[in-house]
Design a protein around this ligand. Sequence first.
Ligand code: GUN
Ligand code: ZN
Length: 483
Amino acid sequence: MAITFEVLHKDIAGRVGRLRVNEKTVRTPALLPVVNPHLPLVTPREMQEMGVEALITNAYIFRRSTEYHDRALEEGLHKVLDFDGAIMTDSGSFQLSVYGEVEVSNQDTLEFQQAIGSDIIVPLDIPTPPDAGRERAERELAVTMERLREARELFPDANLAGPVQGGIFTDLREEAGRAVQDLDLAFCPIGAVVPLMENYRYRELVEVVLAAKRGLSPATAVHLFGAGHPSMFALAVAMGCDLFDSAAYALFAREGRYITPHGSFKIDELAELPCPCRVCRSMTADELRKSGDRERLLALHNLYVSLAEIARIRQAIQDGTLWELVDERCRSHPRLLDGYRELLAHTADLERDDAVSKRRFFYRGSESCRRTEVLRFHEVIGRISVGERVLVSFDGNGAPGFDTVLNFKPPFGPYPTELAETFPVGQSEVPEWDDDMVRSGCAGIRALMEAHPESRFAVRCGEDWVRLIQEEVPGAEVLYEQV
Ligand code: GUN
Ligand code: ZN
């Protein structure tokens, strides 16, 4: 038995991969729907028919269930649930975080999860809530790590997941990531983020996830525990999360909420069902509202849109258009935009994992200036060779007396004609130039000047840009034609 993870395509820190557990293959990013055997709004069999390759259920529920405890032990989870994809079990730690205590030990739950035939087992980690102080976060992390080591020793061959805890303390998260990595685990969930997501604390979510990722190896499959809503999947994948588990499809349905990739609606608010899924195309909003089967139909729809979003993300990674998707999704809520901006503050970390060439770069406003491709361009632009007198020409026209004439494309900067067809210059679409993108392009000019201190630089532009260039590139002469 083993868990292996193979990365097939990359974009930002996101990846399309292949997770293999006990002969079952899961394409990632993947959404593992949460299955409660007592209230199966959508059955695992139906999920499988919808393309679900893995699901998650709670061992704690099976352990305490008069109906399912014995059957699970005798027949195994796959038979009881009627699902032959990969099944991950959670330990009861989530109940621990909600109800304060659980009547199960680490060893008990690990033994039970294996006895019922789980493909991925989770120790009894402690989800430290975000409002916990540092001391508590450290103490609980130490317990989690102790339990993980115990799990490793008791069951060296088990398909063990290694949860990363640490509360909201980024140094603890990073340390936890490294410590979990030292146990050589191929599958690591990032824990205790549900309260952050429930309260729209996406900026902190981005901080703790990126911190955990810094500690983990890029070869590790990363699961984001308890996420959630499809509007944040793209952001989470961009940070390098590969798997999600979601009860949201069912929880939202119970509350009469209709999920879309950019937010959710009360079903009572909807006059239309703006979705191509089977449910939404077979009835009107009014029929759905009044249906006796409303909760189940809503759950089905919610699951369809969540799975479709995951497929869209996998496609975006293969196309190299994940930034565009993240940008689009994160504009659906101001707090998601905060999370996106926090992600952009870590571009230097993300750039190392990003793909070298992509299908396109669409400029979508000032946030685009902080994308990985722009940073990378500024890092490599110094390598082009230039003569003693260099002209950066905004309009493509030369001028007498220069050894080198370069073109200019914001938000990247100066480039020689040989690079005109290569990524990102050749595959980028920008609207009419604005100040932000030209300032970003000027950072490219500065990077080039720093790499060639022996050369003299001039910029040729229209009169409108003169002041901005004088501000941004004070060391260059500015040539312009007065109109
Ligand atoms: N479900 C949601 N968050 C968590 C967590 O931190 N740990 C475990 N085991 N399950 C979770
Ligand atoms: Zn639908």
